[in-house]
Design a protein around this ligand. Structure first.
Ligand code: PEP
Ligand code: MG
Length: 585
């Protein structure tokens, strides 16, 4: 039995077999095979190519049905390559003449072709290089019978164990049999963790050496409350955890709230609970959990799932879909927040030294105007179908905000000239997620209709800690007095200038913070949908006066530890029936 400490991201406890993902980009070793095995390698290659052709064709058909013929054309390049004898013949020849494995031969041929494309310089060719590497991975996955295929054929529940994962890989873990996730890398609020938590299962990241201690099929306990992974537990520990799961379920049923019950404090103050989403498909679950609308739609994820940039029409369809499915609740569309840990294929080819301090978010949009305008057009058009707001991310200077607003005004004018139906008026807001914006909030307030405080980034930029780096994770906490002071200043500035202020960082969904946030004056929170019932339950058990007293008390503390302890103690007092369950802090 081995117990490994990581960082708790999403609460809950599960016990299941481990499903260990192989490293995503490994070097294929130069393996020789016996002469007598050459025929087998060739046959395996033919089968892998056939399977790849079949799955690409299926993807193309699906894209054609969902998105139309143009977007489906991106698959033609892949299909053409696989059928191209000038590429595939050398792969077969190498297996025969050098007696190597099919995987090695594929890897050599595809990697060298990708290098040639890359050397041609232009972005178009570099994108093609990326396509070739994607295709290489698909073929090698087929040859080695790798994870992606195994995942879709699972028959028993598993906990995914991996070294590192991108946000997109986390987003694809939607199979019913995946009941938890644990990784070596990552921090509590990096985007991979956010996406995984949105799937509503326990998640523990930053375990550092977990993959060295787990083998595929090992029994694993994933404790999403304590941020712990126990590998190969003994009978006694297993029993303890089974008992704990039972106790948590009982506590949950005692304190469960129905989605129809209002988020209202004991003294009658209403708190609006909105949802953070990454994909339109999350809206039904948001409504089931009692969300009143979307407070943060992270639109960049649509760009990450596509191999080419989505068209205005595709974006428009997605946004309209969201507006319609929200039943009159508002949709807060945040414009692209690309860069840092969320990059497109084009960005991946131009790595930055300090990506979180680099060409990220609104900065990226302002340097890629055609793309930015396409998105703004789609948003304004979707606004004609229901309540919608626009929010600009990572605003750091007034010039950026004014530029973004000017471009929005230009786009509006263009659409009006074209006679296209658009929203008459759309509230325009900004995220406050860098200290410069927080400190200047009362100045920014003159230019916007609303603020949304993004504590995930505000914390990382205030305490100078990469939100995704497990090595310094203990320093990354919104209980840091400097972060709380900035949040308080923004709420005050918003109140004074009559600018609606909400908070959409992950702490909005962490019940340890609920009383503090109410006490600081917030009345709108936007959070991961699965946490809404829990936060609502806390709200229904507190009164604003005691929350304000707590905020004052915490305001006098000089350390994050003391603050966290105080918040936890206060929560225990109002939720004694939780038995330590429901919270990850
Ligand atoms: C934030 O920074 O708090 C936020 C909500 O945005 P994201 O997590 O997408 O960076
Ligand atoms: Mg952010």
């Amino acid at each position: 039995m081995q117990s490994i400490q990581g960082i708790a991201v999403s609460p809950g406890i599960v016990i299941a077999r481990a499903f260990v993902l192989e490293q995503f980009r490994e070097r294929i070793p130069h393996h020789q095979v016996a002469e007598s095995d050459v025929a087998r390698e060739l046959a395996t290659l033919e089968q892998a190519v056939e399977d790849a052709l079949e799955s690409i064709q299926a993807d193309r058909d699906r894209a054609e049905a969902d998105l139309g013929t143009e977007p489906a054309k991106i698959f033609e390049f892949h299909l053409g390559l696989l059928r191209d004898p000038t590429l595939m013949e050398p792969v077969r020849n190498r297996i025969e003449t050098e007696t190597v494995t099919a995987a090695f031969s594929v890897s050599e041929a595809f990697s060298s072709l990708a290098d040639k494309f890359r050397a041609m310089g232009s972005r178009v060719f570099r994108d093609k290089a990326r396509d070739i590497l994607d295709l290489e991975r698909r073929l090698i996955d087929n040859l080695l019978g790798r994870a992606e295929d195994r995942l879709s054929t699972l028959e028993t529940p598993v906990i995914i164990v991996g070294h590192e994962m991108t946000p997109m890989q986390a987003a694809s873990l939607t199979e019913e049999m995946v009941v938890g996730l644990a990784t070596d890398f990552g921090g509590r609020t990096d985007h991979t963790s956010i996406v995984a938590a949105a799937l509503g299962m326990p998640v523990v990241v930053g375990c550092q050496t977990l993959t060295e201690h787990v083998d595929d099929g090992d029994m694993v306990i994933l404790d999403g409350f304590a941020g712990k992974v126990i590998v190969d537990p003994d009978e006694e520990v297993l029993q303890q955890y089974h008992d704990r799961i039972k106790a948590i379920e009982e506590a949950r049923s005692i304190v469960a709230v129905s989605p129809d019950e209002e988020a209202i404090t004991l003294d009658g103050t209403r708190i609006q609970l909105m949802g953070n989403i990454e994909f339109p498909r999350e809206i039904p679950s948001l409504l089931e959990h009692g969300g009143e609308g979307v407070g943060l739609y992270r639109t960049e994820f649509l760009y990450l799932t596509s191999t080419s940039e989505p068209t205005e029409e595709e974006l428009y369809e997605q946004y309209v879909n969201c507006v319609r499915n929200l039943d009159g609740g508002p949709l807060t569309v945040r414009t692209l927040d690309l860069g840092a840990d969320k990059h497109t294929q084009a960005q991946a080819l131009e790595p930055e030294r300090n990506p979180f301090l680099g060409l990220r978010s609104i900065r990226y949009s302002l340097q890629h105007l055609p793309q930015f305008k396409r998105q703004l057009r789609a948003i304004l058009r979707a606004g004609a179908h229901g309540p919608l707001k626009i929010m600009f991310p990572l605003i750091t200077t007034m010039t950026e905000l004014k530029q973004a607003k000017m471009i929005l005004a230009d786009v509006r004018e263009e659409l009006e000239d074209e006679g296209v139906e658009i929203a008459e008026s759309v509230p325009v807001g900004m995220m406050i997620e860098v200290p410069s914006a927080a400190l200047m909030a009362s100045t920014f307030a003159k230019e916007v209709d609303f603020f949304s405080i993004g504590t995930n980034d505000l914390t990382q930029y205030t305490v100078a800690v990469d939100r995704g780096n497990q090595r310094v994770a203990s320093l990354y906490t919104a209980t840091n007095p400097a972060v709380i002071r900035l949040v308080k200043a923004v709420i005050r500035a918003g109140k004074r200038r009559n600018v609606e202020t909400s908070l959409c960082g992950e702490i909005a969904g962490d019940i340890n913070y609920t009383m503090l946030l109410i006490g600081l004056g917030l009345r709108i929170l936007s959070l991961v949908p699965s946490q809404i019932p829990r936060v609502k339950q806390v709200i229904r058990r507190v009164d604003v006066g005691s929350c304000e007293r707590l905020a004052r008390k915490v305001g006098s503390f000089d350390s994050e530890r003391r603050t966290l302890k105080c918040l936890q103690d206060e929560l225990k007092l109002i939720m004694p029936d939780l038995d330590g369950g429901w919270s990850t802090a």
